[in-house]
Design a protein around this ligand. Structure first.
Ligand code: NAD
Length: 293
């Protein structure tokens, strides 16, 4: 953690490195017992962005000692072939973890594909059974971005029980799973969306604000309580009118919020790297669980 004028920065790169260091040790232990850890990813019509992400995922796995296999399918693949690929990986005892790169081409039902991943290997937590298990308080593979968000809040030393938390955004992928995990931690949770009236009156009362709306600069300093924890999940590509170049910006107006908040996660270098670390941790959890069963 480092200090700015006011808000302390929740450094996602530093936290992600600590998670990776811990995983190296756990993976070494798994190898010593004669077992392996393996993640399989499926990509359809690997566009440039998807391939870059897959390549960086392969490097991360290699550094940690996780076996990684990418299954590349052509753009015109039939939905049934994608399902068959997933089914084959579900049935393979050597595969501990499965993920599907999005987006899938039009005509392929992403939700149906994700729901086809067996819950015990669903390391992105995209099979509805996994978030359902969280609601029932059972052991589960939890969506990585939501997990990263909770870890970043807790890294400040905050005990969530009894805290007032506002989630800005309620998507299936991010906002709702975050709200569910916060409820599980017994925080008092307000879930907001685009139809919420007077968002600022809610965020101003919050001990913790999580922004996952996809609206650059939505949360400004006048909307935040002095000393609050602010976690910025947004990743938005915006054009800088001065340089003409695109930049990555969060949903938080960093300059004004950093003058008021007690803790703030930056974009880039915040929730993004921690999300990747959580995927790797889920992969190791999944491999260890398969050893036990
Ligand atoms: P989405 O478009 O599916 O959902 C946006 C949500 O925000 C909706 O519930 C919508 O109602 C709400 N919303 C929009 N404007 C609002 C407003 N003015 N006030 C209150 N709520 C508002 O987006 P998503 O997939 O949930 O992604 C949200 C952001 O998080 C994006 O910037 C995305 O790039 C980013 N993201 C980051 C990670 C990560 O690892 N850091 C992962 C996934 C998504």
């Amino acid at each position: 953690m480092s200090a700015t004028d006011t808000a302390r920065i929740i450094d996602g790169l530093e936290l992600a490195k600590a998670v990776r260091d811990e995983l190296v040790e756990r993976i070494r232990g798994i190898h010593q017992e004669g077992s392996k850890v393996r993640l399989d990813a499926v990509i359809v019509d690997g566009n440039a962005a998807g391939s870059v992400y897959a390549a960086s995922q392969a490097r991360s796995c290699e550094q940690l000692g996780i076996e990684y296999e990418l299954h590349e399918l052509p753009a015109d693949v039939e939905q049934s072939v994608v399902h068959e690929t997933i089914s084959r990986l579900n049935a393979d005892p050597g595969v501990h973890a499965i993920m599907v790169h999005l987006p899938l081409p039009p005509g392929i039902d992403a939700e149906a594909v994700q729901s086809g991943i067996i819950p015990s290997k669903d390391v992105e937590g995209v099979n509805p059974a996994n978030i359902g298990n969280v609601i029932y308080g059972r052991r589960s593979l939890v969506p990585c971005t939501a997990l990263a968000t909770i870890q970043m809040i807790e890294a400040t030393g905050c005990i969530l029980q009894g805290k007032r938390v506002v989630c800005v955004g309620a998507s299936r992928i991010v906002g709702r799973p975050v709200a569910v995990l916060l409820m599980q931690a017994e925080a008092t949770v307000i879930s907001t969306n685009i139809h919420t009236v007077d968002l600022a009156s809610l965020t101003r009362d919050a001990d913790v604000v999580v922004t996952a709306a996809g609206v650059p600069g939505l949360l400004t300093g006048d909307m935040v309580k002095q000393g609050a924890i602010v976690i910025d999940v947004g990743i938005n590509r915006v054009l800088d009118p001065e340089t003409g170049k695109t930049q990555t910006r969060g949903d938080v107006d960093f300059d004004s919020v950093s003058q008021v908040a007690g803790w703030l996660s930056p974009v880039p270098g915040g929730v993004g790297p921690m999300t990747v670390a959580m995927l790797l941790r889920n992969t190791v959890d999944s491999a260890q669980q398969s050893q036990l069963s």
